[in-house]
Each structure stands twice: as C-alpha cells, then as structure tokens.
Design a protein around this ligand. Structure first.
Ligand SMILES: *Cc1c(COP(=O)(O)O)cnc(C)c1O
Length: 389
C-alpha cells in the first residue's frame, strides 16, 4: 500500500470540492478526516472484526476516548471493570468526570451488580476481553444479554485477543483496539481502531443525541458521527506512515497469534510445574477460574499473556535482570517476548487498593510471549530462576 502523505486533496472544480465536502461524491478533503493509506488500514480492521466499518485513531487511548466522548453526549455514566488497562482507568477516573462522564466500577463477573448499576444515564458497558495483568476474562455473551435487555451498548476492548476472539460473535457492538500491540506486532507504531459491528439500534432512547445522525446516515450513524464530529474536533488522527506499518503488521496477525498462543500454553504449563513459582495466572490452565469463558471466547487459544508471582519484588527484579531473551519493556503483543514488573512501572500511580483490584502485586510479573522457539524461552527462564535464587 503506497503511503499518501498529502495533507489536503485537490478537486478540479469548486463544485466537485463542495460535493466531496458534503459527502455526495467519493474523495478526500483533508487528512485529519480521511487519508487513502489510513482508509486501507480501516478496511482491513473492518474485515478482521466482521464490522460495518472502522475509524483509525492516533492511539488506542484516542480510540477509547473518542468513543466514550461521542456516546456520552455531555452527561453520562459508563459501567466498567476496575481490572482494565491502566491508561483507560486513568481516563475514566481523571479526565472524563469533569466532562460529565462518570464511571461505575463493577466486577464484570457479578452480573447482578452490572445490571443494578444501569441507570437511565448509562451509555455503555465497557470491558476488555482479557484484562491484564489480572487475567480476568469477560463473558461477553452474558454481558451482551444484559445490555440487550436495556437497549445499551456493549463495548469490547479486544487489544489482547485480536483474531483469536471476534467480540461481535459474542454480542459486542463496538470493538476497540490498541493497534500498537498485536496488530502491529513489531513495536514500530502507535495506533488505535474503533470498529462498528453495525448491530446496534441507535434509535434506542438512551442515545437521543445520536438521532439526528441516524436520520441522515441510518445504520452508518455512529461511524459518521465519529469521523465527522469527534475525529474532526478532537483531531487524534492516525498518521499515514503508521497506517502503512500497521497494515504490514496486520497481514501476519493470524500466524503470529497462533504461534504466540501456542508458545504461551507451553511456557505456562512449564512454569506451573515449578515449585518456586507461587502463582501462574493464565486463563488456559484448567484450574483458572475463567478457563471455560476463555475457552469459549478465544476458541481455545487463550491469548499470549500470563502473569506470575515470585514471592518478593527482589526476586522479580533479579529474574528480569538475568533474562537474556525476554525484553524488559512496558509493552505487549510483540513478536519478541516481553516482561515487565507492573507495580514499579505501568501501575505505579495506583494506590494499594486500586492496585489489588487491577490484579497488581509487588511480586507480580507480566509476560507477553513472542514468536521465539519455546525451548529457548524455557532455557532462558531456567537460567534466570537459578540466578534469582
Ligand atoms: C495499550 C492498551 C491500550 C492503549 O493503547 P495505546 O495504543 O497505547 O494508546 C488500550 N487498551 C488496552 C487493553 C491496551 O493494552
């Protein structure tokens, strides 16, 4: 796919430019609103998730914030689990409340509590497919059932399970990705995606501010409002250079996911058999409380993330420092295996209670398993455990 770097696109006549502006003729106007390279990436994403269409954003965070700002319409409540990505948690606790968007924090396994938290102001149930590092797995089908009873939208952040989980098949209406992770796969570009599955009835009375968009754009209402209002006004568009890197990454996504998941299953089983690893938190172990849900939503692939507890922070640090193949990086979803100590890095701004509800402990390590030969990964861990004695 060529990288089109033009900021603006010329039309032959004033009439033609007017027609493109009005959406009457196909074409591009200004790269904040649309760009051919970015469009190619959006089409790929819509296919991946079997969606009606997609909007690419500058990052996963801008995808989450654009979605929630559009849905809220200025005064609203969101229902979300505390065991979600730290950035989203900060967005919901710090940045959105002054804009009139409040969050009810609910354990997504407590279906009575989820339903009880719904009020006339609720605009969405927001969940991640597998929240890390707590490794809690959302039963999307059950949440979708609750959402349907209340004419409410179910949003799934599918960042950690692209390709192995298709949230639309389990009733989610809107799917969000940080494309910076598995979709890119090589740590080369930040990007985000919002996919509309095209399955939600926007005439629901909860979304009165969307009705004018429905009149004009029918089932494309959400995508039209996202692009022509939120993206235009907030401006967090994806760079065409990043779109090109993400397109290349997406092409190998299925093969990478299969291999990363298979490696993770083997590494988890090996770690679980060691007596010097206190906890192995991986939903593919039959003893995991969410094993059956994970089996269902990931078609038996269980993802490529796991968390382990080693007893003390000191032992975690020694283990990280002795590893040669795993990289000590605050990222996930890479071709290379990555390891991080969340309590001292990505979760360090959380207080103690919030840390625990996010599944973060002082002796916990998060591992994102890559494409390497799994025997090499196991040998690397063996040597690092010896060094961390
Ligand atoms: C990383 C991540 C995000 C944020 O994405 P960025 O591209 O880093 O802005 C959102 N949700 C989840 C689950 C993530 O892992």
């Amino acid at each position: 796919m060529p990288i089109v770097t033009s900021t603006a696109h010329e039309q032959a006549t004033a009439e033609e430019l007017e027609a493109v502006f009005k959406g009457r003729a196909p074409g591009y106007v200004y790269a904040r609103i649309g760009n051919p390279t970015v469009t190619a990436f959006e089409r790929q994403a819509a296919v991946l998730e079997d969606g009606l269409g997609a909007l690419a954003c500058a990052s996963g965070m801008s995808a989450v914030s654009a979605t929630l700002i559009l849905l809220a319409g200025g005064d609203a409540e969101i229902i979300a689990s505390p065991a979600i990505f730290g950035g989203t948690r900060y967005l919901l606790t710090r940045t959105l409340p002054p804009l009139g968007i409040r969050t009810h924090w609910v354990d997504m396994h407590d279906y009575t509590a989820v339903e009880k938290a719904i009020t006339p102001a609720t605009r969405a149930i927001f969940t991640e497919t597998i929240g890390n590092p707590a490794m809690t797995v959302a039963d999307l089908d059950r949440l979708a059932e609750i959402a349907a009873r209340h004419g409410l939208l179910l949003i799934a952040d599918n960042t950690v399970t692209p390709y192995i989980c298709r949230p639309k098949d389990h009733g989610a209406h809107i799917i969000i990705h940080s494309a910076s992770k598995f979709i890119n796969g090589h740590g080369t570009a930040i990007g985000g995606l919002i996919v509309d599955c095209g399955t939600f009835d926007w005439t629901s009375k909860r979304y009165a501010h969307m009705h004018e968009w429905v009149e004009k754009f029918r089932h494309f209402a959400f995508l039209a409002a996202l692009r022509q209002q939120v993206q235009r006004d907030l401006g967090a568009c994806l760079s065409p250079f990043n779109a090109a890197l993400l397109i290349t990454g997406m092409e190998s996504l299925p093969v990478r996911m299969e291999r990363c998941c298979a490696n993770t299953a083997q590494l988890a089983a090996w770690l679980d058999a060691r007596t010097d690893v206190q906890v192995v938190n991986y939903p593919g172990l039959p003893a995991h409380p969410d094993y059956a849900i994970a089996d269902k939503i990931t078609n038996g692939r269980f993802g490529a993330l796991l968390a382990i507890r080693l007893g003390t922070r000191e032992r975690c640090f020694k283990f990280i420092n002795a590893l040669k193949i795993f990289r000590n990086v605050a990222n996930l979803g890479d071709a290379r295996s990555l390891i991080v100590h969340p309590a001292s890095t990505i979760a360090r701004d959380l207080d103690k209670d919030n840390m625990q509800s996010s599944g973060v402990y002082d002796d916990l390590l998060r591992i994102s398993v890559g494409l390497e030969n799994v025997a090499d990964l196991i040998n690397d861990c063996t040597a690092a455990f010896a060094a961390a004695e």
